[in-house]
Design a protein around this ligand. Structure first.
Ligand code: DGL
Length: 269
């Protein structure tokens, strides 16, 4: 199966796009809702939680895991790839979502001034600036931590006044730093859940980039290049959803965010 991991509901936005492009595969989703948000946690915690999530997905049959979480991709991916996989899981793979997004960044903006909204841990890591400047050194990148958004989204409301207020605060902070920004990357997979609200409050000339379609395209290309992985994947079209939270409300919200019945199963990490 293809494992999809996030701290909570954000990865559903990646899963939706990936399964639309590649419906034939089987997907195993894990949201660590009990311990979300990750974005305000220490690097050591983010690494430990992410590794626990990845190992749980491996144990249930994932051969390939996508960290559908920018925070985990920023903080934990490289260490897992370099220090864990070669020794404990030489035939398994873990992929992140920041480098694939950065690789497309020269196509995003007319002005070359790009804003990135992300969690505190992702912004602290500096990984967006680093990876995007490798692609185009002329880009002007402004990263802004948006710590209010994930807790509000995980609490289940897409369009509450509190969410709108928080979005407005972050829009103002972004343009205070750089008025020439014409593109906003949603650098946290939770944010596309409120993409419509964000778009309705942003100036209309600003393009919003969500990662789902980019990751779907990059995954398709990856599987084309790695025939051994592709042939090892199940094509039963199964969908299994796991969460670390026992809260009934979490299950209800998952259905609503995914747009169909998800039937979350609880796991302990
Ligand atoms: N959705 C995640 C991300 O893309 C994590 C958000 C969080 O748990 O703080 O960064």
């Amino acid at each position: 199966m293809i494992g999809i991991f996030d701290s909570g509901f954000g990865g559903l936005t990646i899963l939706k796009a990936v399964e639309k492009a590649l419906p034939q595969y089987s997907y195993l989703y894990l949201g660590d809702n009990k311990r979300a948000p990750y974005g305000c946690r220490s690097d050591a915690e983010i690494y430990r939680y992410t590794l626990e999530g990845v190992e749980a997905l491996f144990a249930r049959g994932a051969r390939l895991v996508i960290l559908a979480c920018n925070t985990s991709s920023a903080v934990a991916l490289r260490k897992i790839q370099q220090e864990v996989l070669p020794f404990r899981y030489p035939h398994k793979r873990v992929l992140g979502i920041i480098i694939p997004t950065a690789e497309e960044s020269d196509t995003f903006s007319q002005t070359k001034h790009i804003g990135v909204w992300a969690t505190e841990a992702t912004v602290q890591s500096g990984v967006y600036e680093r990876e995007m400047l490798k692609i185009d050194p002329k880009l002007r990148i402004t990263t802004l931590p948006c710590p209010l958004l994930v807790p509000l989204i995980e609490a289940g409301s897409k369009s509450s006044d509190a969410i709108k207020e928080a979005i407005n605060v972050y829009i103002e902070a972004l343009f205070e730093r750089d008025t020439a920004i014409d593109t906003l990357i949603l650098g946290c997979t939770h944010y596309p859940i409120i993409e419509d609200e964000i778009k309705s409050l942003l100036p209309t000339h600003v393009r919003v980039i969500a990662q789902g379609d980019i990751i779907a395209k990059k995954l398709a290309a990856y599987l084309e290049r790695h025939a051994d992985m592709e042939t090892a994947l199940s094509i039963q079209m199964d969908r299994v959803f796991l969460t670390t939270s026992a809260d009934e409300e979490v299950k209800r919200i998952a259905d609503s965010f995914y747009g169909e019945r998800v039937g979350l199963e609880m796991v302990v990490l």
